[in-house]
Ligand binder design. Structure first.
Ligand SMILES: C[S@@+](CC[C@H](N)C(=O)[O-])C[C@H]1O[C@@H](n2cnc3c(N)ncnc32)[C@H](O)[C@@H]1O
Ligand code: SF4
Length: 582
């Protein structure tokens, strides 16, 4: 009895901690339960949900599996396992588990439904339908099964069949929210906005707190030119949001995107700031160190003014540690719990004192590692020491573990002639030294034209090698659980579609392919401002205007207007567009 009470106490406390965003303490509470009773399925489930909130999907999946193994009929655990596996593209593990559950238990309709969703996610529509038929044989009155059928038909492009199934689901259960939402989405796709509004309203009656549904209505009313209704819906939505500056502005930003606004009341959300071009080393690819510049104090003050609204600030240079106001900026930003700081550095300039400050603040640390061997690294990064790099990376890795810090390490590699053959090794290196993310970018600019295999000295043999290697490194990233971002213009990434300014003619009108002009701003050297590093045109300069003025200046508006019309010519960098679903 005592144990039972203790477990309930830990469970309650864990949930309170998680609701208040203190996930580390929540984890401890749920783990205490498992120490008392390793068969407590609720504790495994809550552990999984906490890891999921922390974006640690592989850990979450393992915990959900434990819950499902203890009780294969735990519907919530089955659904969490399926949902988390799908959003994190980790389908194989869940698929195996669902098959085992089906083998072990009789009449487990939810295991069949979840397995069907996994099949649908990986494009095996026939197998998905087969699982749904098995679920239907167990229970003909479960409306979720009809929703499942509808979703598969919708994914196959058979909208009329899908509509039929969603309507059948609603006959069984008129309060099936998913069926209303799916119908709303189909009608919206068919530009039948009135019908879509009706469905989303029904879904909201069932779940008034679903913010996405309110946003859909905001958008649909705008499309119908019913601006008053759209604004009213926006007000309802803002009342669902915590009443603090950051949360309100974040939601206003989403609303303005959905209303297609090009002049924004909401502030920039993600700001990249070049603080100085001064540097302690002389990379052969870099054009910054040779013309010294630093950001003026007036812009530092404007950046500080934006802290209450920002979700991320990225500090870069040159080397930020050589800028006199950097420590002040770092400490002032650190006061805002919602503001994630990221520092991009060559890594060799880092001192033990700074590594400690970064790790204690949980700031993200991006280190440029353009070669995984001493010869290649030191050839590209002139003046840097490979040994010093490794020493600092190891120190950061150790301190992150010691302090259980939320600091994530990202490895940046700019790909060029001297290092493209190390593509696979970058992933091994990242894995060995605890990097959670890897970004592979193409060399731009012509500081060293000989190195530029993508543009000035286009080298088809190297490009072919890269194209063949990309699938291998994707596999490695998956095996190492590394978040891999590839910004390389190769065949594999559909670059041919955009070559020679051959931009896609008229992609789907209904889709906004990139929200960045509503969220990002990038202050470059000499004060030139872009929306992002992948945008081709500048939107202003800090010496001519304030950051607020630039944010809503004519050039920024042109970007937003053009993207709303799906016009990208001369505005967007092709390799950035390759990431959009067109
Ligand atoms: C200019 S550096 C400044 C931050 C820091 N000094 C560093 O090296 O990471 C920012 C990023 O730009 C990359 N970079 C340097 N030269 C480049 C080039 N020619 N083309 C593309 N990226 C480049 C660097 O490797 C680094 O990841
Ligand atoms: S370390 Fe960064 S800023 Fe310094 S020269 Fe290299 S790329 Fe440029």
């Amino acid at each position: 009895m005592d144990n039972f009470n203790n477990e309930q106490k830990h469970l309650k406390l864990g949930n309170i901690y998680r609701d208040s965003g203190r996930n580390d303490l929540a984890l401890k509470e749920f783990e205490s339960i498992i120490k008392i009773d390793p068969q407590n399925e609720a504790a495994w489930l809550e552990l999984g949900k906490t890891y999921k909130m922390m974006n640690r999907c592989p850990d979450a999946i393992e915990k959900f599996i434990q819950a499902v193994r203890i009780n294969p009929n735990n519907k919530e655990a089955l659904m969490e396992l399926g949902g988390t596996s799908r959003i994190s593209n980790n389908c194989e593990r869940a698929m195996k588990e669902f098959k085992e559950v089906i083998g072990r238990t009789l009449n487990n309709e939810y295991a069949h439904i979840e397995l069907s969703k996994i099949y649908q996610k990986i494009g095996s529509f026939d197998l998905a339908l087969e699982e749904l038929r098995k679920a239907y044989a167990i229970n003909q009155y479960n409306s979720e099964i009809f929703v499942g059928f509808g979703q598969v038909y919708k994914a196959k492009g058979q909208n009329e069949e899908a509509i039929g199934k969603f309507k059948e689901a609603l006959k069984i259960d008129p309060d099936n929210k998913n069926a209303h939402v799916e119908l709303g989405k189909i009608y919206q796709g068919q530009k039948n906005y009135e019908a879509a509004i009706k469905e989303f309203k029904s879904a909201i009656r069932i779940d008034p707190s679903d913010k996405q549904l309110h946003l859909n209505l905001v958008q649909l009313y705008t499309k119908q030119n019913e601006y008053d209704s759209s604004n009213k819906e926006a007000q309802v939505l803002l009342q669902l949001i915590p009443n603090d500056q950051f949360s309100q502005d974040a939601m206003l930003n989403e609303i303005e995107i959905f209303q297609g606004k090009t002049i924004l009341r909401s502030k920039v959300k993600r700001l990249w700031v070049t603080l100085t071009t001064r540097c302690n080393i002389r990379c052969r690819t870099c054009g910054l160190w040779s013309s010294p510049w630093e950001i003026p104090r007036k812009t530092v003050d404007e950046v500080i003014e934006l802290f209450p609204y920002l979700e991320r600030v990225v500090w870069l240079g040159g080397e930020v540690f050589l800028y006199k106001f950097f420590e002040e900026l770092f400490q002032k930003a650190n006061v805002f719990p919602h503001l994630q700081q990221q520092i991009i550095t060559n890594g060799v300039i880092l001192t033990e004192e700074w590594i400690k400050k970064i790790v204690e603040a949980g700031a993200e640390l991006t280190i440029s590692v353009d070669g995984v061997t001493k010869d290649v690294y030191e050839y590209i990064r002139t003046g840097a020491s490979f040994e010093k790099l490794i020493k600092n990376i190891k120190l950061a890795q150790d301190l992150i573990q010691k302090y259980h810090s939320e600091t994530k390490m990202r490895l940046n590699a700019v790909i060029m002639k001297s290092n493209y053959h190390q593509l696979e090794e970058f992933l091994d290196f990242a894995n060995e030294f605890g990097f959670e993310q890897v970004s592979l970018m193409a060399l731009h600019f012509d500081e060293d034209p000989e190195e530029n295999i993508f543009y000035s000295k286009k080298d088809f043999r190297s490009l072919e090698y890269i194209t063949n290697t990309v699938p291998k490194i994707r596999q490695k990233a998956k095996a190492y659980d590394i978040d891999l971002d590839i910004l390389l213009p190769t065949e594999d990434l559909k670059f041919d579609r955009f070559e020679n300014n051959n931009y896609p003619a008229q992609p789907q009108q209904e889709t906004l392919h990139c929200k960045m002009p509503w969220k990002y701003m990038f202050i470059c050297d000499k004060g030139t401002v872009y929306l992002t590093g992948s945008c081709l045109k500048s939107i202003g300069n800090i010496y001519n205007n304030s950051l607020d003025e630039i944010w809503n200046g004519p050039e920024a508006q042109i970007y937003r207007e053009s993207l709303l019309k799906n016009q990208f010519q001369d505005l967007c960098r092709p390799e950035c567009m390759t990431r959009w679903e067109i």
